[in-house]
Design a protein around this ligand. Structure first.
Ligand SMILES: [Zn+2]
Length: 107
């Protein structure tokens, strides 16, 4: 049985024993959602992902690309490859730089 995390996302098909899993553990998600492309999955259970968003510079009357990179925790029940597009939700800080958790792999 998985918990209702309050987001409209697909639930993972398998169960896990990860306590930092929003579906099967005790981790609560709240705050922001972050969609991005996975740029690295070398660390165990942690990925880096990058979001690109246009920012407008009034002085030049043009848009420039701005990027931001965050670290996110991957629960044991979700498989993530480098290059996937995932949706992450904000949670309490899991480690120094990780305060987001992957809730869905978008196809
Ligand atoms: Zn899980």
């Amino acid at each position: 049985m998985s918990r209702d995390i309050g987001l409209k996302v697909k639930e993972p098909t398998r169960e896990c024993t990860d306590k930092h899993c929003p579906f099967h553990g005790t981790l609560a998600v709240r705050g922001k959602l972050f969609d991005g492309k996975v740029t690295g999955n070398k660390a165990r259970q942690t990925i880096t992902l990058q979001k690109e968003s246009p920012t407008y510079y009034n002085k030049f009357k043009r848009y420039a690309r701005s990027k931001s990179t965050i670290h996110a925790h991957v629960p044991e029940c979700i498989d993530v490859e480098s290059g996937d597009y995932v949706r992450t939700a904000e949670c309490r800080p899991i480690s120094k730089s990780v305060s987001f958790v992957v809730v869905e792999v978008r196809t």
